[in-house]
Write a protein that binds this ligand. Structure first.
Ligand code: NAD
Length: 258
């Protein structure tokens, strides 16, 4: 019954750590896929996602948003569970993920660290308690210079948590990439700023700024292993689950499911 865990993007920064964490968790590492010419010593490479999915109970996927639709189809066809950590997915990509979750169990999280998931829960509660007319919500993130998408998936996740707490839709109130004559800040807007540089693993601050006080939550990740360990925990949790779209909060027992 136990085929083991496969890794899409196994030669990447996350992929290599995931391979180590799978072994550390005493689970079976099936192997992985990556772009042609890349390899990881000691790991079996499969020709494509369909072959990897067929050989695995669960695929851990930390690749690039451009793979999302093809991977969604391959995992649904193989009936293999999917732990998806890739960020920068478009609405159409996310629709494909949701479609796959009707067929197989999917854990999709912009951030697999325990601390960030707690921050998401707190963000929603703070937003519900602090009136949007008085408390301006701003999200500032910083990542290493190689990161290709902005704002980060975690920053968007925080924005969604604030929007949920306020009973609004993020896309209706999002203010991102301010530059030039932007006009005054809109009441109720959720603002984003992205910094890129050096080798910062991931820093996120959610600030509520009112005329009389500021309150901020900050999370700093010092080591990508925080994400890799959480993702492997999700992979062990999701094996054998009913089809559905799960969040890391569900894995940690803090979620509402669904
Ligand atoms: P990376 O560039 O080091 O690794 C990505 C790997 O995927 C590379 O080895 C690349 O060759 C491979 N890849 C790309 N396209 C592919 C394809 N079509 N088929 C097979 N392999 C392909 O990047 P990274 O830092 O490891 O991050 C990967 C993704 O994970 C990014 O989207 C990043 O934002 C996300 N991420 C998520 C979390 C989280 O907790 N959810 C944490 C860290 C990174």
């Amino acid at each position: 019954m136990d085929k083991g865990i496969g890794i899409a993007g196994i030669a990447g920064r996350m992929g290599r750590l995931l391979a180590e964490e799978v072994v550390a968790a005493q689970a079976r590492l099936v192997g992985g896929i990556d772009r042609p010419g890349l390899s990881v010593e000691g790991a079996t490479l499969f020709p494509d996602i369909a072959a990897l999915a067929a050989a695995s109970d669960v695929v851990l996927d930390f690749t690039h948003a451009s793979t999302a639709v093809a991977h969604a189809k391959a995992l649904a066809a193989a009936g293999t569970a999917w732990v998806l950590g890739t960020t920068g997915l478009s609405a159409a990509d996310e629709a494909a993920v949701a479609e796959t979750a009707k067929r197989v169990a999917v854990v999709y999280a912009p951030n697999f660290s325990t601390g960030v998931n707690l921050m998401l829960a707190l963000a929603e509660r703070m937003a519900a308690a602090l009136p949007a007319e008085q408390y301006d919500a701003e999200i500032v993130e910083m990542h290493h210079r190689q990161k290709v998408d902005a704002p980060s998936g975690t920053a968007i996740g925080l924005g969604r948590a604030v929007a949920r707490g306020r009973g609004v839709v993020l896309e209706d109130v999002k203010e991102s990439g301010r530059d030039g004559h932007t006009g005054a800040r809109r009441t109720g807007a959720i603002g984003f700023a992205a910094l890129r540089g050096g080798q910062v693993v991931g820093e996120h601050t959610l600030l509520f700024a009112a005329g009389t006080e500021h309150i901020a939550l900050t999370h700093r990740a010092f080591d990508r292993r925080a994400f890799a360990a959480g993702a492997v925990r999700a992979a062990l949790w999701v094996r054998g689950r009913s089809p559905g779209l799960y969040a890391m909060m569900d894995v940690l027992g803090m979620g509402t499911g669904g």
